[in-house]
Design a protein around this ligand. Structure first.
Ligand code: HEC
Ligand SMILES: [Cu+2]
Length: 351
């Protein structure tokens, strides 16, 4: 009875795990389908070490089975003591050398890749972006370009883009599985890495270091576009007039409400470096709200009235006057029409 229960439990656990794990590997959020140089290297190392580990497992299991069958205690030989091999030089040498060789096979490419990915020699001729991790959103400052943006990081495909990363509060970790490995984002010191997307597309990023109640909602995107599209995007972003009057009267009222309700003390529109909250210059071009929810007017109104229910512990809640649904609707109208560029997550392809 006991044995039967044990088997049943094991099978149930296995079934549950396959079910849970089969959900891993969402398109554009998987290290197993690399679309960037760092992710390419990681996958190669994952496969290499897995193959070597499976090889070791197979050898050990084969030896184990042979020993079990061949040397088991036989009838009539109960007192038989097999030949003792303790201290056998040949055996000791063989089982020391083989693991060393296997470890070297893993270590050499690992160390090479580590140095390769830490190479900064091209940094001064490349695009540099200052990345700031905040509870629970990401800020991107395109160095020397007068462009500040949040949540969506636009990069030219095929180019190395150097990220100089710091946190404004606690430790976060920048991770875009399809593009590159992880890098911790610390409050005290700057960490750098480069990303190099190999195909155009939209790649999802995650904060990979527990940073508070909304840690799992600290999503962002890397949007890889052609060099021409990227140049166009840069131009569009640089040409934004933060004071521009919206066309519709509702949006105009929304703009005034946005100014009156303290929103601007945290949110900049245009290339202002202020960043207590996400920069909203191209807010209407985004496809997600606060990194996690589909961007629609309805969701935006809900967010403005009650950000806490979407992202517990966020730094916006309670820091502005209460707004009515009608006011929130007008503000939403204003924010949604902040669409400076034709280059958006939608235009960049798969969502
Ligand atoms: C005390 C600073 C502060 C004030 C004041 C503030 N916000 Fe925020 N806001 C934030 C922070 C911080 C976030 C990011 C929340 C998160 O994702 O964890 C945010 C997020 C947002 C977002 C989502 C941005 C994105 O990139 O998707 C919108 C829209 C927004 N706020 C609108 C407003 C409006 C409208 C007001 C005024 C009624 C306002 N905020 C007032 C700090 C503030
Ligand atoms: Cu985080």
């Amino acid at each position: 009875m006991k044995g039967w229960m044990g088997k049943f439990r094991a099978i149930a656990l296995l079934g549950l795990m396959s079910l849970v794990l089969s959900a891993c590997g969402k398109e554009n959020l998987t290290a197993l389908d690399p679309k960037g140089y760092g992710a390419d290297q990681s996958l190669y190392l994952i496969i290499l070490s897995t193959v070597i580990m499976l090889f070791v497992l197979a050898i050990v299991m084969i030896v184990y089975t042979i020993v079990l069958i061949r040397y088991r205690k036989k009838k009539g030989q109960e007192d038989y003591i097999p030949k003792q091999v303790e201290g056998n030089k040949t055996l000791e040498t063989v089982w020391t050398i083989i693991p060393i060789i296997l470890l070297l096979i893993i270590a050499v490419p690992t160390i090479t890749a580590t140095f390769d990915l830490a190479d900064e020699s091209a940094a001064s001729d490349s695009l540099n972006v200052e990345v700031t991790g905040n509870q629970y959103w990401w800020h991107f400052n395109y160095e020397g370009q007068e462009i500040q943006t949040s949540q969506d990081l636009y990069v030219p495909v095929g180019e190395k883009v150097y990220l100089n990363m710091m946190s404004s509060d606690v430790i976060h970790s920048f991770w875009v599985p399809s593009i590159s490995g992880k890098m911790d984002v610390n409050p005290e010191n700057e960490n750098t890495m480069y990303i190099q997307a190999q195909e155009e597309g939209v790649y999802w990023g995650k904060c990979a270091e527990f940073c508070g109640p909304s840690h799992s909602l600290m999503d962002f995107k890397v949007i890889a576009v052609s060099q021409e599209e990227f140049d166009q995007w840069v131009e569009d972003m640089q040409n934004v007039n933060p004071e521009a009057e919206p066309e519709s009267t509702v949006a105009q009222e929304g703009k005034s409400l946005f100014q009156e309700n303290n929103c601007m003390s945290c949110h900049a529109i245009g290339s202002s470096p202020a960043q207590i909250g996400p920069n909203l210059t191209n807010f209407g071009d985004r496809s997600t709200l606060a990194g996690v929810e589909d961007l629609s007017k309805e969701n935006l109104v809900d967010w403005i009235m009650d950000p806490e229910s979407l992202k517990p512990g966020n730094k916006m809640t309670g820091n502005y006057p209460e707004v009515s649904e009608d006011e929130a609707g007008k503000i939403a109208e204003y924010l949604m029409q902040l669409e400076p560029s034709e280059i958006t997550p939608e235009s960049a392809g798969t969502e």
